[in-house]
Ligand binder design. Structure first.
Ligand code: SER
Length: 617
């Protein structure tokens, strides 16, 4: 059975048990701003466990089944081994009061042993937390009745959740099966969401959050799809399953070097990193994430750069964007959003790859000097090395901010250079203690930098586009009008995704699924020019954040604002706002100062994001 057949089999099995098949939610959590990515199948259902929402009303059933896209970057350093991936699919069945432990465990047992023909190595159950959560005798008894011999008691590892700031959580029982290498791997996690936790997991573990019993018992199960495939297809690693088969042969078309070649292990690891990180990047972009230096975009950027770096270092002749087609086809059954946006995804990846490759060379030169400074003052010809950058966290930060090398890449690179320069006799890579110290220094620099940029954005509220002059100020006001025009012409839902203003032009990125038609562009231009002609006043008002939100002022998605904010209004003669945006300014005082507005270009930046460049003539 290939991956598509197994996924289908799972969903159909639970359908036959009275579950409704629902689509995966986006990798960008829709109802939980406290987490960057969707990490579990249950996340989209949080309100159904707490009773805020009613599944029967929304889906026609209390029982749901999904294959959910998840991103878990916590183990990014483990990627390259047989099992870890930064993207994974979770096969899950969920119930909000529809059934309890008995059915949840029996379904899982039946699916694993009868439908898939796998043998269960052992199962676990929760030992309880004194005076707070009772020991899970019921699960233990159900497993015994089902004939499982090896039933192991466990602690915090078999208590799930909550995800994010707070949420449903509860004891779990896990199923372990053998993978193709004969090792026992956690295959299925069956969670009984019986509690609501009012804090994040760290607080719960420290005893600083409280559990309240939920009204209904919720079922939340998750089976890591990649690992399951490795067990069913009897493969030693997830990268040998049919999900990755074609990808691996693109990465190394001639196959891997023989096992006794010293680069073998290095190449295996690199090919897995390239496959994994490219896949995650592709799925993230298909859900609307774009590379940037903050939050989700930074995670994406790091993944792409690590993939490119590993290609570069291992003579891999392809780049992540070459893998889009194959993944798009492989996932077309379940995640058609990749195929539907493949050209945009390829573009986002290629742009980012090029950007990184350019800086890679320069950064490498600097790192080489650092690496050598560490342990030798002379190069291999005995010539003194000119040490411009001693190895410390400050300089690693410099490398990061100038060349875009994330800390981890710099360390990898330094280790590589040291191994290379050691000519076989000084195999010294940085020790864990050295890396830790460098990271601490790096973090201090990073913090300083963040504080600085925060101060400068506070500065912006007081009135400062960097390097503003008359031209940029006019374009800035035109930018506000353009956003309002897009909302008036295309859809009131249009959201800004990014912006940039130079003396020559303005640039506005916004979420929109398709190319704009010529007549739409013309309408937008006319709308803006009409507002310019009407000589409207541009007014700045300071107000409490809550009030600005109530007025519906445009905010940048994900931005954090202080208690008092500055909002710019462009008002018509009746005092009605044609535009209102959170903004630090500066702006012209009247739109008549703008001249003639013209769109120069409208193009795709990435999946679902369009870019307009416009000028004032
Ligand atoms: N929420 C649990 C997990 O992700 C089970 O689905 O492991």
């Amino acid at each position: 059975m290939d991956s598509n057949a197994i996924r289908r089999k799972f969903l159909e099995f639970f359908k036959s048990k009275g579950h409704v098949i629902r689509p995966s939610s986006s990798l960008i959590p829709q109802n939980d701003s406290s987490v960057l990515f969707t990490t579990a199948g249950m996340q989209q259902f949080k309100p159904y466990y707490t009773g805020e929402k009613d599944a029967e009303k929304d889906f026609g059933s209390k029982n749901i089944t999904t294959a959910q896209k998840c991103v878990r970057t916590g183990d990014i350093d483990e990627v390259g081994d047989a099992t870890h991936c930064t993207f994974l699919e979770m096969l899950g069945n969920f119930s909000f009061g529809g059934y309890g432990r008995e059915k949840a465990i029996t379904y899982a047992h039946q699916f694993i042993t009868e439908e898939l023909g796998l043998e269960i190595s052992y199962v676990t159950f929760y030992r309880g937390l004194k005076d707070v959560v009772p020991r899970d005798e019921e699960s233990k008894n159900i497993w015994t009745k089902l004939g499982i011999k090896d039933i192991r008691e466990d602690g915090a590892d078999v208590f799930w959740g909550p995800t994010g700031d707070s949420g449903p959580c509860g004891p779990t029982t896990e199923i372990y099966c053998k993978n193709g290498a004969g090792q026992d791997v956690e295959t299925w996690n069956i969670v009984f969401n019986e509690y609501f936790c009012n804090g994040p997991r760290e607080k719960l573990d420290r005893g600083e959050a409280t559990l309240t019993k939920l009204d209904i018992l919720g079922i939340d199960t998750g089976m890591g799809f990649e690992r399951l495939l490795a067990s069913i297809q009897k493969k030693e690693s997830v990268y040998e399953t049919d999900l990755f088969e074609a990808i691996m042969s693109i990465i190394f078309p001639q196959g891997l070097p023989p096992k006794d070649n010293w680069v073998y292990e290095k190449n295996v690891k690199a090919s897995r990193i390239v496959a994994d990180h490219s896949r995650t990047a592709i799925l993230m972009i298909s859900d609307g994430v774009l590379p940037s230096n903050t939050s989700r975009g930074y995670v994406l950027r790091r993944l792409i750069r690590r993939a490119v770096f590993n290609c570069h270092e291992n003579n891999i002749q392809i780049m992540p964007h070459h893998l889009v087609e194959v993944f798009a086809k492989k996932y077309n059954d379940v995640y058609p959003e990749i195929f539907n946006q493949k050209d945009e995804i390829i573009k986002v990846l290629s742009d980012e790859e090029l950007k990184f490759l350019k800086t890679l060379k320069e950064g490498q030169k600097e790192l080489e000097k650092m690496a050598m400074a560490l342990w030798d003052k002379y190069d291999s010809f005995g010539k003194p090395i000119e040490i411009t950058l001693p190895l410390n966290g400050q300089n690693l930060f410099f490398i990061y901010s100038t060349y875009g090398f994330p800390f981890e890449l710099s360390i990898e690179e330094i280790n590589k250079i040291r191994l290379h320069l050691s000519h076989g006799y000084k195999y010294e890579v940085l020790s864990d203690t050295e890396v830790k110290k460098l990271k601490e220094e790096f973090d201090v620099e990073m913090k300083k930098h963040q504080e600085l940029s925060r101060t400068s954005s506070v500065g912006m509220f007081k009135g400062g586009l960097a390097n503003h002059n008359e031209k940029t100020v006019r374009l800035h006001t035109a930018h506000h009008l353009l956003l309002a025009a897009l909302q008036a012409v295309l859809s009131p839902e249009i959201k800004q995704k990014g912006s940039n203003i130079t003396e020559e032009r303005l640039r506005l990125d916004f979420a929109f699924p398709r190319k704009m038609e010529d007549v739409e562009k013309k309408k937008v231009e006319d709308w803006v020019n009409e507002k310019i002609k009407q000589s409207l006043n541009v007014i700045r008002r300071e107000m409490p954040l809550a009030e600005a939100e109530k007025l519906g002022a445009q905010m940048e998605f994900g931005a954090k604002y202080g208690d008092t904010v500055s909002v710019y209004f462009i008002e018509d003669e009746k005092g009605e706002a044609v535009s209102k945006e959170f903004c630090g300014g500066p702006h012209v005082t009247n739109t008549k100062e703008l001249g003639n507005f013209k769109i120069q270009k409208e193009e795709a930046v990435s999946a679902g994001v369009r870019r307009i460049k416009a000028v004032l003539l």
